[in-house]
Design a binder for this molecule. Structure first.
Ligand code: 3PG
Length: 305
C-alpha cells in the first residue's frame, strides 16, 4: 500500500517523521512530494498512490483521473473546499478531513492579528487594548471555540453567531449569542471569521454586513479569502478611515489594498494559521492514523463525501 504526502506547503519535518512512523508501523510505504510547483508533478506522484495526505493542495477531477489506484484522500486540516468531492465520489474515492487538529494554531494567529491591528501594525504609535472590547466570532466551530477560550484571557466581551451550532453550546461557554450575522456585526468592534468556503458563504461578507460594524472596526480573516466580497471590502475601507482588515489569506486585490491602505490592511504572505509544529503533528499524524484505520478496518468516521 503506497501512501503519498503531497504538500505544496510542507509539514514541519518532525510531523513528516511522525506520519512516516504511523505508515510504516501499519506495514505501508510512504512517498513524499513537497514544495511542488507544477501540477504535472502532483499528477505523476498520484499515479501509483493508494492514499494521499494533503493540505490546501488542489485535488480536482484531473488528479482523480490520473490516480488509478487511489482509495482515500485525507485533508490534514479542517477546510476541504480544495477537493472536488463530486469527482472523488464519481471515482469511488473517500475524502476525509481531520477536524479540530490544527484549530488552536489558527486561533492563536487570529488573536495575534487582533493585537497587531490594535497596536497600529507595531508602528510605534499609541494603540489600544483588547481588554473589554467586543469580539464577534462568526461561526462557533473548532477554531471559533479556541478563539473564544483565548479571547477570555484577554478579557474581551465575547459574542458569537453560528447558523448551525445550538445556542446552549455557546451559552455554556459564557458566550453571548447573536441571532443573526447582522446582529453580530452591528454589536462587535472586532469580528473574527471562522466560516468555511461553501456555495452559501462565498462573497457573503459584503458591504451590507461590514457597514454595520461600530467605529474602529477590525475584521480578522483566518478562514478563507472566498468568503469576502473583495470589491465591497475595498469600498468599505475607502469610505471608512476607521476600518481595518487583517487577514491570513491574501486577497485577489492585495496590490490595490496595500497601496491605498498600508496602515489599515495587512496580509500574511502565505497562509500560516496552521503552520506550527504542533498543528502539523496533530493533523498529519491524525491523517496517517485515519488512513491506516480505513485500510485495516474500513473506518470512515471523518468522511466528508
Ligand atoms: C485548514 O483548513 O485546516 C486551514 O485553513 C489550514 O490550511 P493549511 O493546511 O493549508 O495551512
Amino acid at each position: 500500500m503506497k501512501i503519498l504526502i503531497a504538500t505544496e506547503k510542507p509539514f514541519a519535518s518532525e510531523a513528516v517523521e511522525g506520519i512516516k512512523q504511523v505508515i510504516e508501523n501499519a506495514g505501508f510505504e510512504l512517498a513524499i512530494l513537497e514544495k511542488y510547483t507544477q501540477k504535472s508533478e502532483l499528477l505523476k506522484a498520484a499515479e501509483t498512490a493508494n492514499a494521499i495526505i494533503i493540505r490546501s493542495d488542489i485535488i480536482d477531477a484531473e488528479v482523480f483521473d490520473a490516480a488509478k489506484e487511489l482509495k482515500i484522500v485525507v485533508r490534514a486540516g479542517a477546510g476541504y473546499d480544495n477537493v472536488d468531492l463530486a469527482a472523488a465520489t464519481a471515482h469511488n474515492v473517500v475524502v476525509m478531513n481531520t477536524p479540530g487538529q490544527n484549530s488552536n494554531a489558527v486561533a492563536e494567529l487570529a488573536l495575534s492579528l487582533m493585537v497587531y491591528a490594535a497596536r497600529n501594525f507595531f508602528d510605534g504609535t499609541s494603540g489600544t487594548e483588547l481588554l473589554g472590547k467586543k469580539l464577534g466570532i462568526h461561526a462557533y466551530g473548532n477554531v471559533g471555540r479556541n478563539v473564544a477560550r483565548i479571547a477570555k484571557g484577554f478579557g474581551m466581551d465575547i459574542y458569537a453567531y453560528d447558523a448551525f451550532c445550538p445556542a446552549e453550546v455557546m451559552e455554556k461557554d459564557g458566550i453571548k449569542v447573536c441571532a443573526s450575522a447582522e446582529e453580530l456585526y452591528k454589536t462587535c468592534q472586532y469580528v473574527s471569521l471562522h466560516i468555511p468556503a461553501t456555495a452559501e458563504t462565498k462573497n457573503s461578507i459584503n458591504a451590507a454586513l461590514l457597514g454595520l460594524m461600530p467605529k474602529k472596526a477590525v475584521l480578522v480573516n483566518t478562514a478563507r479569502k472566498e468568503v469576502i466580497n473583495e470589491a465591497e471590502l475595498a469600498k468599505i475601507l475607502e469610505e471608512r478611515p476607521d476600518f481595518k482588515y487583517v487577514t491570513d489569506i491574501m486577497p485577489g486585490n492585495d496590490a490595490e489594498l496595500k497601496e491605498k491602505f498600508p496602515k489599515r490592511y495587512f496580509t500574511t504572505p502565505k497562509k500560516m494559521g496552521a503552520q506550527t509544529a504542533e498543528a502539523n503533528n496533530n493533523a498529519g499524524i491524525a491523517a496517517a492514523n485515519q488512513i491506516a484505520d480505513f485500510f485495516k478496518t474500513g473506518n470512515t468516521k471523518f468522511k466528508v463525501n
